[in-house]
Design a protein around this ligand. Structure first.
Ligand SMILES: [Zn+2]
Length: 275
């Protein structure tokens, strides 16, 4: 799933093209992709977006007249394409926007279960829908992170991914951040020292900035990640083979030398936790 670095790279890339021309046509939209009916999508025609914004992993496109906000969440398999006038468009997009002049913004989702979503809101509705999100992970300082970490008792990997507490991080970048911070994914938030939280804040900002810079240059997953999906490869810090462990409903990658004092982590699958 694209996370903060990927979505911020998209936001920067889309900001100028989506606001350059008025919208000629909004749609078509797959019935599973368009999540709202009021206001109707055709209300966008003739209006112009003022810019592209991002909240956590979501993109927002407010209209210049201040009346509507289009929101896009790619989830696991949604993909965006920006097409120039005349460029061939996918036959069955999950959602498409055509601008005056002929350029298009197209959302595709090559998955049986459609998860990506498009919402059209008034600014007030959009604010309500997004008010549960915590502060953006990029730029979060140690003082604010200390409040968040001290306010919850949880395994660190789970806390980093909780969008209500910190917006923008998912399973990939939480692996990268914890590796850079030399902290165990299973560390209990209440037991972290002040020094460890500072290290975490530095690693969070450092890794997200590193990821953003790479994604802006079009880097692949294999180039962007140093530990995520690298099972058995040598840790780039110490050379220890990278390990994986099942936690809740997904897989964590970690280095036992850098992060867990040499200890192997035990699986904690959701099914075992529920039993
Ligand atoms: Zn290591």
């Amino acid at each position: 799933m694209p996370e903060l670095p990927e979505m911020e790279a998209w936001r920067r890339q889309l900001n100028d093209p989506v606001s350059a021309f008025p919208i000629a046509k909004a749609g078509p939209a797959h019935i599973a992709t368009l999540k709202t009916f009021e206001p109707p999508l055709d209300q966008l025609a003739g209006r112009q977006f003022s810019r592209a914004e991002r909240r956590g992993k979501r993109l927002l496109f407010p209209t210049a007249d201040g009346e509507l906000v289009l929101l896009i969440h790619l989830m696991t398999s949604g993909r965006l394409k920006l097409l120039k006038a005349g460029e061939a468009a996918p036959k069955q997009p999950a959602f498409a926007l055509e601008f005056a002049g002929g350029s298009k913004l197209v959302l595709t989702e090559n998955a049986r279960r459609k998860q990506a979503g498009v919402w059209l809101y008034s600014p007030e509705q959009a604010e309500r829908e997004l008010e549960h999100l915590g502060p953006d992970a990029l730029g979060l300082d140690a003082a604010r992170l200390t409040e968040i970490v001290r306010g919850d008792s949880r395994r660190l990997h789970a806390l980093l991914r909780d969008q209500r507490l910190i917006a923008g991080i998912g399973r990939s970048w939480s692996n990268e951040i914890l590796h850079a911070a030399k902290l165990s994914p299973y560390a209990l938030t209440k037991e972290l020292t002040d020094e460890e939280i500072e290290r975490l804040a530095d690693a969070m900002n450092g890794e997200l900035a590193r990821g953003l810079a790479l994604r802006e240059r079009g880097a692949s997953d294999a180039k962007a990640y140093r530990i995520h999906h690298k099972l058995g490869e040598p840790c780039d810090v110490c050379g220890t083979p990278i390990q994986q462990v099942d936690f809740e409903s997904h897989t964590i990658y970690y280095c036992r030398t850098c992060q867990t004092g040499g200890r192997e982590l035990k699986d904690r699958r959701m099914s075992r936790l529920l039993r």
